[in-house]
Ligand binder design. Structure first.
Ligand SMILES: [Zn+2]
Length: 109
């Protein structure tokens, strides 16, 4: 997938690196290495699965940042929800692409 090379989550930049599909055999499609600042994605994923996995790992980082722990079930449903919401309502993205102020994030960043 030709996706982003990095994600900024709560002001910290995480590199996105593709890894060997060996992990797919174990059912692991991605990995959030919070301390290293890296999100690993299985290189063999198609675009929809890579994007939903990216959401999943980004949510794990947010959980670690906000809660100090990771919750697998929560990451699964939030990633699926956001992925499907954006896929079915792409006009939402236009608001972000047009460069409006992030509003409520202004004070926390
Ligand atoms: Zn997970």
């Amino acid at each position: 997938m030709q996706g982003p090379d990095e994600l900024i989550i709560f002001g910290r930049t995480y590199r996105i690196e593709e890894i060997s599909p060996i992990h797919a055999a174990e059912g692991v499609l991605g990995l959030a290495a919070f301390r290293e600042g890296v999100i690993y994605l299985d290189a063999s994923l198609d675009a929809p699965l890579a994007l939903s996995t990216l959401w999943h790992e980004a949510i794990h980082i947010a959980q670690q940042e906000l809660l100090g722990t990771m919750d697998e079930a929560q990451a699964r449903w939030i990633a699926l929800f956001v992925h499907c919401l954006l896929f079915q309502n792409p006009e939402i993205l236009r608001c972000y692409l047009e460069g409006f102020s992030p509003g409520l994030l202004d004070e926390s960043l």
